[in-house]
Design a protein around this ligand. Structure first.
Ligand SMILES: [Mg+2]
Length: 204
């Protein structure tokens, strides 16, 4: 029987975003020393496994296309996240997919990753690929993330979707008119997200 999956966004769910002073934006950590786990990340992953979900991390990492992040640096960041999880109560994932693409990465962009890709959220490509690789049942699966692209990718793949955000519903409602961006559930944090999945029951 196909397994149900939790597709889990990385930045803003497992690890905090970092403030990039040069560009004045929140960005993905690029070096191990920038990695700070989100509160409750270990418990969240452990809880998903206890409920029987196959956990696939699906993360856009356009820094690779932009030439601001190498594959080696990305691997080091992932190893650091895994290591910090081990040290703070466990929590692992079963598979990890990242999208290195960006349609317009700018002057330092890498041509090999400069394109529109279905494998970049909001496209469902990473989820579809994971489903094929690991025999996952998309109908019984969830996409959980802190961005509307996560919701869009999950819906496009045929999953249910959970947006984890502290923003008030009234503040995000105007964005939710966006086509295919309305989540099935909104949770203020990882603990609440897990509680919602527990209510559904481990056997679902
Ligand atoms: Mg995110």
């Amino acid at each position: 029987m196909k397994r149900k999956a939790a597709f889990v966004d990385r930045d803003g769910i497992l690890n905090e975003l970092i403030y990039d002073e040069v560009h004045g934006i929140l960005d993905s950590p690029r070096r191990p020393e920038q990695v700070v786990l989100m509160k409750g990340a270990s418990e969240f992953l452990n809880g998903l496994h206890e409920l029987g979900y196959f956990i696939a991390i699906v993360t856009n990492q356009p820094g690779i296309a932009k030439g601001t992040l190498t594959e080696q640096e990305l691997e080091a960041v992932h190893a650091t996240i895994a290591g910090q999880l081990r040290e703070t109560g466990g929590g692992t994932w079963d598979a990890l997919y990242y999208s290195p693409y960006h349609p317009k990465p700018g002057p330092w962009g890498r041509k090999d990753f400069t394109r529109d890709s279905n494998c970049r959220k909001p496209g469902p490509g990473m989820l579809m690929r994971a489903a094929e690789d690991h025999d996952l049942d998309l109908d019984r699966s969830w996409m959980i993330g802190d961005g509307l692209v996560d919701v869009q990718a999950g819906k496009a793949a045929g999953c249910r979707t959970m947006l984890v955000t502290k923003l008030k519903i009234s503040h995000i409602e105007r964005f939710l008119d966006m086509k295919d961006a309305e989540p099935d559930e909104i949770a203020p944090n990882l603990k609440a997200a897990l509680e919602r999945l527990k209510r559904e029951g481990g056997g679902a």
